[in-house]
Design a protein around this ligand. Structure first.
Ligand SMILES: [Zn+2]
Length: 82
């Protein structure tokens, strides 16, 4: 839906984007570490015809890139790190 603006479930083009809420809201947060010391954000695309929702991590977030680089360095991506 992010690229096409078309809902894959009902083919509607009534798709809206809900941006990530940063600051004190936790509604757009993804916890990356067991103890909650690292987070990243995601945004949502919602079909207003059927209600289908897609989530997308914001890939250019600094915290996300740093965390991802650390996982690659330590080879942790294949393990169940949570
Ligand atoms: Zn739909």
């Amino acid at each position: 839906m992010k690229q096409s603006n078309i809902c894959p479930k009902c083919q509607s083009s009534d798709v809206i984007r809900i941006p990530a809420f940063k600051g004190t809201s936790t509604s757009s947060l993804i916890q990356l570490t067991k103890w909650g010391t690292k987070f990243t954000f995601f945004e949502r695309y919602i079909c207003t015809s059927c209600g289908f929702i897609e989530h997308y991590a914001i890939l250019d977030e600094k915290g996300w890139q740093k965390w991802l680089d650390e996982q690659k360095e330590t080879g942790s991506l294949d393990s169940n790190f949570v």
